[in-house]
Write a protein that binds this ligand. Structure first.
Ligand code: HEM
Ligand SMILES: N[C@@H](CC(=O)c1ccccc1NC=O)C(=O)O
Length: 296
């Protein structure tokens, strides 16, 4: 292994392992023979996971870029798993279970917010060495990300198009597009509880982007003005705000990292780049939950 920045290798040798390592392992009784037992790597299918990093460029920093995206996709997989279950729980009026899952989604989102610190160690010249190899690929085409956006209510039919060439993926993204979002399900639950939510918001064409409503704000105000009477709905409101808060931070770190790394270049996905991502910062997922705060 040579240092990528100093191609001449340093002559150095590592001595044999000494000390108490051997005896500690023996005394502790750690299992050492996995010829017949399932091991850590077997259980986690690490052969598959760890053989999926294939840099296309000769550049040292591409491994960071790949690992950053692959780990993000794994966390998104968990978010989707939790969100889908949470939507089912809300649908079945099982709120404590949903809270547990939504709290986890927020923590994962926070994890992804902090993950930007790692990627931000990549400088513009470092990224420029990789970028030509990315061709027209872009995070814009992340089907898991798009499902998360749709489940959060940010519906947009145009975002289905990048998946048209993969019917299996299109079906998954389209299912999220056609289904009620988490927020839609929460509003339906509020209506079932006797809170006055208009039918325009409990029974509608779910493919349409969510439209903020004064009547829905009034419904949430009922909850927030008397939390004790509607404790679990109140808690749900705050779980949703927590999630959106973390999502906003993620969007902000993304656009800031992008500006820092590529400036105002167009994106490989075909958008204006930073200008597009800045527009996305205006997204409000649960508008009434933010609007009501002015009135409390
Ligand atoms: C140096 C690193 C990065 C750069 C320069 C970058 C750049 C961009 C740009 C310019 C876009 C707009 C679409 C386009 O035209 O390409 C975009 C979208 C996107 N990127 Fe990144 N990105 C980076 C890292 C990441 C990472 C680590 C993730 C995590 C998975 C990510 C996920 C996404 C997603 C999901 C979109 C779509 C956003 C939306 O439609 O609202 N990006 N990125
Ligand atoms: N859109 C980025 C490319 C990019 O970031 C990217 C490319 C392939 C796989 C993931 C990516 N990350 C997020 O957009 C760019 O314009 O440089």
């Amino acid at each position: 292994m040579t240092c990528p920045h100093h191609p001449t290798p340093d002559a150095h040798s590592a001595g044999p392992m000494t000390g108490t390592g051997e005896s500690i392992v023996r005394e502790e009784g750690a299992q050492l023979d996995f010829s017949k037992d399932m091991s850590y790597g077997d259980y986690l299918q690490l052969d598959q996971v760890l053989s999926a990093q294939h840099p296309l460029s000769p550049d040292h920093n591409e491994m960071l870029f790949i690992v950053q995206h692959q780990t993000s996709e794994l966390w998104m997989k968990l978010m989707l798993h939790e969100l889908q279950a949470a939507v089912r729980c809300v649908h079945e009026d099982a709120l404590p279970e949903a809270f547990k899952m939504l709290a986890r989604v927020s923590r994962v989102m926070e994890q992804l917010v902090h993950a930007w610190d790692v990627l931000a160690t990549m400088t513009p010249p470092e990224y420029s060495a990789i970028r030509p190899y990315l061709s027209n690929s872009s995070g814009f085409q992340s089907w898991q990300y798009r499902q998360i956006e749709f489940m959060m209510g940010n519906k947009n039919a145009a975002m289905l198009r990048p998946h048209a060439h993969r019917p299996d993926l299109l079906a998954a993204v389209e299912a999220a597009y056609r289904a009620p979002s988490l927020y839609d399900e929460v509003l339906r639950l509020m209506a079932r509880r006797g809170i006055d939510v208009p039918t325009s918001h409990t029974d509608r064409d779910w493919t349409q982007p969510y439209a903020a409503s004064e009547a829905v704000k009034a419904a949430w105000l009922q909850v927030y003005r008397d939390p004790k009477a509607h404790w679990d709905l109140y808690q749900m409101g705050e779980e949703l705000v927590d999630m959106e808060d973390a999502f906003r931070l993620w969007r902000f770190r993304h656009v800031t990292t992008v500006e820092r790394v590529i400036g105002f270049k167009r994106g490989t996905g075909g958008t204006g780049g930073v200008s597009y991502l800045r527009k996305m910062l205006d997204t409000v997922l649960f508008p009434e939950l933010w609007a009501l705060r002015t009135e409390l």
